[in-house]
Design a protein. Structure first.
Ligand code: SF4
Ligand code: SF4
Length: 204
């Protein structure tokens, strides 16, 4: 994905340079090459690799987990290794800056929330209205962060679906989601102690 700066030709070359240094240091015989395709999550785009890939012993994928799996499906006899960790489903905010918009929770409520995701946009991932800390338009974690539930209210009002806000959404089954941890400064020390004990892990 060259648009994410995680897998364009430039990033492929950087990775190959690093691998070259590492293999040389370890005295491992090697031959490395790099290729990019338009989209790795579409089999049609992978066809152009059919004549190239069989020449190699292993593949490294700089696409998301889905693209990496498709590569493994297309070339079942060659091991495929992920070169990046897929964190979330997001949108481009600026060049090189992405914002999480979906955590693939498996229980989408966008139809009731005016198309605004409470899981990713609300700091507490609340499903049924704002918390007591809301500053009306902004979130209690930071006045520069919009309160998701204020935005949901405004959006539902604009599309004539304000009644939806009263519809109680059932509890989420969180086991399907990746864990997002937002730490307020005051809780940093407590968080770090738990992190050391392995109770929590940080997601950036
Ligand atoms: S409610 Fe769940 S599936 Fe829908 S956008 Fe939010 S995280 Fe994604
Ligand atoms: S202030 Fe709004 S966005 Fe922030 S945690 Fe509360 S409900 Fe969620």
């Amino acid at each position: 994905m060259s648009v994410c700066y995680a897998g364009g030709m430039k990033e492929v070359n950087i990775l190959n340079d690093q691998l070259t240094v590492s293999f040389k240091q370890d005295d491992v015989p090697f031959q490395i090459d790099g290729h990019t395709v338009e989209r790795q999550c579409n089999m049609q785009y992978l066809a152009e690799l059919d004549k190239i890939v069989p020449r190699y012993d292993a593949l490294m994928s700089m696409a998301c987990g889905a693209g990496c799996q498709y590569l493994a499906e297309r070339f079942p006899d060659i091991p495929v290794y992920p070169a990046i960790n897929t964190m979330f489903i997001g949108v481009d905010k600026e060049v090189g800056m992405f914002e999480e918009r979906c955590r693939a929770c498996g229980n989408c409520v966008l139809g009731l929330t005016g198309g605004i995701c409470p899981v990713t946009r609300c700091a507490k991932s609340l499903f049924n209205g704002p918390c007591g800390g809301t500053n009306i338009t902004s979130c209690e974690i930071n006045k520069d962060v919009p309160c998701a539930w204020f935005d949901i209210y405004e959006r539902l009002k604009a599309i004539g679906q304000l009644d939806n806000i009263k519809k109680i959404k059932p509890p989420m089954e969180w086991q399907n989601t990746t864990r997002g941890v937002f730490v307020q400064e005051g809780y940093e020390e407590r968080f770090e102690k738990k992190e050391k004990k392995g109770i929590l892990s940080r997601v950036h």
